[in-house]
Unconditional design. Structure first.
Length: 196
């Protein structure tokens, strides 16, 4: 007997420990994309709780193993970030239990407060990102292109000025003006309560 179509959206099906239930052998493409896109957010969520980049990296690796092993439990269409944060929170607690010998160890209650605040900040950042995307769409095409060129990984103002054959101070003035406009646009959208 096959599971009632619940897992069919995940991709290839395989037999679980119970012969009556079919579980996916591999995560779906959508799951892999969600997993890939949220790595930095999960890392930052963990880092806020442990304070050490090295510890956060180690916990992220453990979290990723659990997420990957439990991919079949995630229901597509639900909040992947919240699901992965919950797994990360458990991994932080496990890591903390292992590291009890350190001088500074937060109680479980303190870690819960930090985790909750981190999730609330993440929600606020999502709203701000949505407002930024909308404000970027409203820019003049030339301004939007300039901002995109400047903030590409590895890009510098000097490199953009050379690429556009413009004086560097002219490029910086334009970027400053555009950033000010974006800041004001985002604040207006947030104040109006319409970030999307």
């Amino acid at each position: 007997m096959r599971a009632a179509g619940v897992f069919s959206k995940f991709g290839k099906l395989g037999v679980a420990s119970s012969p009556d239930i079919q579980l996916p052998l591999a995560p779906s493409e959508e799951f892999v994309q969600l997993f890939s896109r949220t790595q930095r957010r999960i890392y930052l969520h963990i880092l806020k709780q442990v304070g050490s980049p090295n510890d956060a990296e180690e916990i992220l690796q453990e979290t990723n193993v659990v997420i990957w092993n439990k991919f079949h439990r995630f229901e597509l269409g639900t909040n992947f970030v919240a699901w992965s944060f919950q797994i990360a929170n458990f991994e932080v607690l496990k890591y903390r239990d292992k590291k009890r010998s350190n001088k500074l160890v937060f109680s479980g209650d303190v870690l819960k407060v930090i985790a909750q605040e981190s999730e609330e900040q993440e929600d606020d950042l999502d709203i701000r990102r949505a407002a930024l995307q909308e404000c970027l769409r409203k820019l003049r095409p030339a301004d939007r292109e300039l901002i995109q060129q400047r903030y590409q990984p590895g890009s510098t103002g000097e490199g953009v000025a050379r690429q556009l054959d413009r004086p560097i101070n002219s490029v910086y003035q334009s970027i400053g003006r555009i950033r000010k406009n974006l800041f004001e646009c985002i604040n207006r959208r947030l104040t109006a309560g319409t970030p999307q």
